[in-house]
Design a binder for this molecule. Structure first.
Ligand code: FAD
Ligand code: MLT
Ligand code: ZN
Length: 561
């Protein structure tokens, strides 16, 4: 990208020299942030972060969900696991596909089971004694048919990066891990259709597409890409960082294969873009959060990988300025705009605190009250740079943006992205987090963070000292999709905080016709609150569908339906 002189006084571009500046001031910590992200999320191991001693010790102290929420009672219709059940599964799948705490309980087995029992936030912890790892659709079908017949409850689990407690058991449900079903089955470079098993890790799918003779891109990207799986992505209807550009999975998924609790294999692995033959049943599994069956295969339409990508980070004086910048970005960047993300000062301060890094806009009048990350993706680098340059000039000239920086290469682009993608990880390092992933019409979106901050302050729960459970109330998210992530960072989970936040947050959203779940789903966290976003008729129809697909209710019980 050519350096645009008129921008340099205010808009400090990360030139190669500037990049080494960053390197000099904070390269160790900056790289540490990148390394942390890579180490935690870019391997095929589920949450390797857990392997660090501090996390393991902390995890040992995590409270069981059943203790924390005593109002949730085990459904005694479900059978308890016996050695006969386990013997059946061992025979069916082989010893290596079974983690068995039923017949051979030991501290070592408990350690093996622990990552399947605890969620990513370490907010929910179940009591499973059995993890099954089938390798084929037939095996999934045999497992589920047996569980259904013997009334054994099951939780399908992918990468276990879900943020609403949906992916872990509450009591002794069997965990059905899809992680061994991790083959890419086909890719057609002309149509762009990828067919893969549900256990393929999102980043692995994208890497595969990037290295194809005609490089393509997976139409979903998110911070947990190194651990989450395609089956989990579909089951949560994950949105992520580029929904603005590539749309939702309801649009890009062309077909899927799923197994119902009866063992029936629903083969709807269609690879056509158009198929108007009756009800499009695949959509029921997208966002079902494992309550209807287990997704085993996916067919998805992937676009060509953009040849040119540019990333800019902007500092802005108010939320209203962010809104204006977004409107300008849509008008001026139109077809090349691929992400428009929002971060408030508090979220960036937390990343700074955890990583020790210097913020890229720290010395340009920063810290700013708000930051926006703008990404363009297109086919012509020169054309895109010119457009982005013109956009940046105009928002600076008109006073919408106070300061900004433009990545000069891929490494710098990744560094800027780390300030956005690293927020979740940073929050996770500070203690417990109450997370609210919500959709609100843009005009009101950030007001929720302010209202929540005021409420928590009024309750005397926020402050510097250890006696205050809350450290900070921060907001960030996918501004391009009117999707806010309101996060209340605490020193420890505390029921007083939960009491102040819920149902306050949900009532606030309902009053503004928002959605209490934009992209993470409902899981266990929002089980009680579905009525704030769906009326009785809708919930009633959902229950009927659940009853039809899963009459014994064995699939992911105790969750939202
Ligand atoms: P899991 O967590 O294992 O499961 C999630 C749900 O799906 C559970 O209810 C589970 O029972 C069900 N499930 C899993 N696999 C299957 C299957 N094969 N068949 C049926 N049901 C199944 N989410 C976003 O939408 N956007 C983001 O930008 C985003 N960023 C994140 C960043 C970080 C750092 C983290 C930790 C999480 C983020 N998430 C985000 C949340 C999470 O990554 C997504 O919800 C992801 O899609 C979950 O995939 P998973 O494989 O980890 O599923
Ligand atoms: C994100 O956009 O970073 C994710 O959805 C995770 C989160 O909400 O923290
Ligand atoms: Zn998100």
């Amino acid at each position: 990208m050519a350096c645009r002189q008129p921008l340099t006084p205010v808009l400090r571009r990360l030139t190669r020299t500037a990049s080494s500046e960053i390197g000099r001031h904070s390269s160790k910590s900056q790289q540490a942030l990148l390394r942390t992200t890579i180490r935690c999320l870019s391997t095929s191991q589920p949450r390797p972060l857990r392997q660090t001693p501090s996390r393991r010790t902390a995890q040992a102290k995590d409270e069981f969900t059943s203790t924390k929420y005593p109002e949730i009672q085990r459904d005694e219709r479900f059978a308890r696991l016996t050695p006969e059940h386990v013997a059946h599964f061992r025979h069916l799948l082989g010893d290596n596909a079974v983690i068995d705490g039923v017949t051979s309980p030991s501290a070592a087995i408990d350690d093996d089971l622990a990552p399947f029992n605890s969620d990513w936030m370490r907010k929910y912890r179940g009591h499973t004694q059995l993890v099954l790892k089938p390798a084929t659709t037939t095996e999934v079908s045999q497992v589920l048919a047996y569980c259904n017949e013997h009334l054994l409850a099951v939780v399908p689990q992918g990468g276990n990066t879900g943020l609403v407690g949906g992916s872990v058991p509450v009591f002794d449900e069997i965990v059905l891990s899809l992680s061994r079903m991790n083959a890419i089955l086909s890719f057609d470079p002309v149509s762009g259709v990828l067919v893969a098993e549900a256990g393929v890790i999102l980043e692995a799918a994208d890497t595969y597409l990037a290295s194809a003779a005609s490089p393509h891109i997976f139409p979903l990207d998110l911070g947990a890409k190194g651990s989450c799986q395609l089956g989990g992505n579909l089951s949560t209807n994950a949105g992520g960082l580029r929904l603005l550009r590539y749309g939702s999975l309801h649009g890009t998924v062309l077909g899927l294969e799923a197994v119902l609790p009866s063992g029936l294999v629903v083969d709807d692995l269609c690879t056509l873009r158009k198929n108007n033959t009756g009800y499009d049943l695949k959509h029921l599994f997208i966002g079902a959060e494992g309550t209807l069956g287990a997704i085993t295969k996916v067919a998805i339409h992937c676009p060509r990988r953009p040849a040119a990508q540019n990333v800019a980070l902007l500092g802005l004086p108010s939320y209203e300025h962010c809104r204006r910048a977004f409107s300008e970005a849509k008008a001026q960047l139109s077809e090349i705009l691929s992400a428009f993300e929002l971060m408030d000062a508090g979220s960036q301060a937390l990343v700074t605190q955890v990583t020790g890094n210097t913020h890229p806009l720290a010395d340009g009048g920063g810290p700013h009250p708000f930051y926006c990350l703008v990404e363009t993706s297109g086919s012509n680098a020169e054309h895109d740079s010119e457009k982005l340059g013109a956009f940046l000039e105009s928002v600076l000239d008109s006073g919408i943006v106070a300061d900004g920086t433009l990545a000069a290469d891929e490494t710098q682009a990744r560094t800027l992205w780390a300030w956005r993608e690293g927020i979740t990880e940073a929050l996770g390092h500070l203690g417990g987090v109450y997370k609210y992933d919500v959709s609100i019409p843009l005009a009101d979106m950030y007001a929720l963070v302010e209202a929540t901050r005021a409420r928590v302050a009024e309750a005397g729960l926020i402050g510097e000292g250890d006696e205050f459970p809350v450290r900070a109330v921060v907001g960030y998210g996918h501004m391009g999709d009117a999707n806010l992530h309101l996060n209340v960072a605490t020193r420890r989970f505390d029921e007083r905080v939960e009491g102040v936040l819920e149902p306050f947050v949900y009532e606030w959203i309902q009053e503004r016709q928002g959605s209490i779940s934009a992209e993470h789903g409902l899981g266990l966290a929002k089980k009680k609150y579905i009525g704030y976003s769906r009326n009785e008729t809708m919930v009633g129809l959902m229950k009927q569908i659940k009853g039809l697909y899963d009459p014994n209710g064995i699939m992911n019980p105790y969750k939202y339906i």
